[in-house]
Design a protein around this ligand. Structure first.
Ligand code: LXE
Length: 648
């Protein structure tokens, strides 16, 4: 009988379409919202780094990690005219880090134009007014007795051969490596990104010669005008979220398939010719042109702070470094941190940083020790956590260290006891039937944890499948609003949740290993998902103080959160309605607003709505006015996140 009642209630609750009214009161009691609360998680996945945020346009620019002589080594490259190209192991490489080169052979008697092209990272944008900055290294292994001089033409062209912009690049034959540089400016914008970078020369000039080329680079204008910098449109899209932190460089991409393949900071700094690159964990070559320095400089330019991971002796093949082998990685982690914050006048790693252009230490407060070490909790608990924590804490006692072996708020026992924990939640097939409800019910995950000094970082989370269990290619409004309900829990529990970030952040529409992602891009477009707008609204209306309000329950379709920007005297009333029909919330304020009309922002769309490359703006936030008094009655449409701004 009791069971029957429960089932009947559950049936009514899940099918009810009647609008409900929720009465919300709040006082001035509450707690601070940490400034770090909403930020970004990044790793090079889905070509989000090389081919994405890192603005380099030439794919496979230095033939890193490829096997000479194979066709795979020529990825993105093609010969022009009768030239023969191949990747060779240079007999006299440009550097020990870059052993390979493109061999360009031209037969005697050639008269027509010869050269080679690069197709970029699945396309190259041509934009009017952009000045492109290019460079390459070249040499002639067996130069003729009489020097040959001439000019290459560097250009951007359509795949059909229409040249949009070009530059003349003089050269002279020599067996030693020379660096050539050039710029050109596009005068038209091409809608298509099916363009090529080409380097060509009249055949009669180079007939009979074999030349080598490497580190062939082309940059568009970059964010903040930084050399070797970041893509402008993607940076601005992220800046529009006002993110507080940037977790990097992984994620799985920190760990390597084996320890030897891990992300190792020292291979990512200094001159580009000294960076060997590595095969990343998502199946493509990481040039490491986007290296530790570039990350930090951009994080600073973006007004964020880093949450930087150090490799913790566990790799994706499931193997842990033996206890006796940990010292190498402890030293590496100390050096990595010294690169970021060491004194350049006394520390060798910090001196590299200074030589790259940043004499002062960068801001650094948080170090994450590993990634998802719940996959190898025994070795983490036995020695990996303690070895790294003890050594790093002794050296840098001012930093906060984040442990990664917890799967939920139930944290395992580690010694020394961590204060900071990174938790990850992706809805997965095991909870298919309650998938959407997971995030909704999860809104109270942190409420039940004891306040015992532990701080939590929700370092990764996303709704990854539809309620039916079907995988999502792009976030959909139902999942995004469920995430919004979950995030109300971050606001409310921000006394113990110090940071949270959706994952993954970015995907290249032509090379994706993981969906859904927050932002999808092509070489010349950026698509903000429904989840992007949820993240953005929470971040922009984070406030600095959380006000306790009438408590709701997890099973309710409606959640809310009230925060305040104290100095602005503004209150942010967030209302999340996960039902497909409208519900009403009545707020009773502890003050009478000074303005009788308020402005709100809402994200809402019919169930199933996704922002996609063909329909990028299917759901975007819009603003509305509402009547503000001591009581505010708000009718929240189905599937919506609203933020009502009230001025005291
Ligand atoms: C967990 C890991 O940390 C990330 O690299 C993956 C994609 O966001 C996820 N499985």
């Amino acid at each position: 009988m009791v069971l029957k009642r429960v089932l009947a209630f559950a049936f009514i609750a899940s099918t009810a379409v009647y609008a409900a009214t929720f009465d919300v009161t709040f006082s001035t009691a509450g707690h601070d919202v940490p400034p770090t609360l909403y930020g970004l998680m990044f790793e090079d996945i889905n070509h989000s780094g090389d081919g994405g945020l890192y603005a380099e346009l030439i794919q496979n620019r230095a033939f890193q990690t490829v096997t000479p002589g194979t066709s795979a080594a020529l990825t993105a490259w093609a010969a022009l005219g009768s030239a023969k190209i191949s990747v060779v192991k240079s007999s006299s490489p440009v550097s020990s880090a870059l052993p390979n080169a493109l061999s360009f052979a031209v037969a005697s008697g050639t008269t027509s134009t010869v050269g080679f092209t690069n197709s970029g990272y699945f396309g190259i944008p041509v934009t009017a007014g952009w000045t492109y900055t290019g460079s390459f290294y070249y040499r002639t292994p067996s130069p003729p007795a009489t020097k040959v001089s001439g000019s290459f033409t560097a250009d951007l062209r359509s795949t059909g051969g229409t040249v949009f912009t070009s530059a003349t690049v003089p050269f002279t034959t020599s067996s030693t490596w020379q660096q050539a540089t050039f710029t050109f400016t596009a005068s038209s914008t091409q809608t298509s990104v099916e363009n090529l970078f080409a380097l060509s020369v009249g055949g009669s000039t180079v007939a009979g010669l074999t030349m080598e080329f490497t580190l062939i680079s082309l940059f568009p204008p970059t964010f903040n005008g930084r050399e070797n910098g970041f893509r402008m449109d993607l940076s601005e899209t992220l800046l529009d979220m006002k993110p507080a932190f940037f977790r990097f460089p992984g994620g799985n991409n920190l760990e390597g398939e084996t320890a030897a393949d891990r992300w190792a900071w020292e291979n990512t700094v200094g001159d580009l010719v000294d960076r060997p690159g590595r095969v990343g964990d998502w199946g493509y070559i990481n040039t490491d042109g986007l290296g530790l320095y570039e990350y930090l400089q951009w994080i600073e330019d973006m007004g964020m702070e880093p949450i930087m991971a150090v490799y913790a002796g566990y790799s994706l093949n499931g193997a842990s470094v033996a206890s006796s082998g940990m010292q190498t990685y402890i030293t590496e982690a100390i050096n990595q941190i010294n690169f970021v914050i060491g004194d350049a006048s006394t520390n060798a790693q910090a001196a590299i940083r200074a030589s790259m252009g940043h004499a002062d230490p960068f801001t650094l407060n948080y170090i994450e020790i590993g990634n998802e070490d719940f996959f190898s909790p025994t070795t983490y608990a036995d020695y990996r956590w303690a070895d790294l924590y003890n050594a790093l804490h002794a050296e840098f006692p001012q930093l906060h260290y984040i442990a990664t072996s917890a799967t939920s708020g139930n944290v395992p026992t580690l010694s020394p006891t961590p204060t900071y924990w990174d938790l990850h939640i992706y809805s997965n097939p095991i909870c298919l039937t309650i998938l959407k409800d997971f995030f909704i019910n999860g809104a109270f995950n942190f409420d039940i944890l004891s306040r015992n000094g532990l701080q939590f970082f929700q370092g990764e989370y996303a709704t990854t499948t539809e309620n039916s269990g079907a995988a999502l290619t792009y976030p959909f409004i139902d999942g995004s609003i469920a995430e919004a309900a979950y995030m109300a829990g971050f606001d409310r529990n921000s006394d113990i949740v110090f940071a949270a970030s959706y994952a993954p952040l970015l995907n290249h529409v032509s090379s994706t290993q993981w969906t859904p992602d927050l932002i999808t891009f092509s070489p010349n477009t950026v698509i903000r998902s429904t989840s992007y707008y949820v993240q953005q609204l929470y971040s922009l209306y984070k406030g600095d103080f959380y006000l306790q309000s009438t408590t709701n329950t997890a099973s309710s379709s409606v959640q809310w959160s009230v925060t305040r920007d104290t100095s602005a005297g503004q209150y942010f009333l967030k209302v999340i309605n996960t039902a497909t029909s409208a519900n009403t919330v009545v707020f009773t304020l502890p003050f009478t607003p000074s303005h009788t009309t308020g402005t709100g922002t809402i994200l809402t769309a019919p169930s199933g709505t996704q922002n996609t490359p063909t329909s990028p703006n299917a759901a975007v936030p819009s603003t509305f006015s509402f009547t503000a008094g001591k009581t505010i009655t708000y009718n929240a449409p189905g599937l919506s996140l609203s933020v009502l701004v009230v001025t005291e």
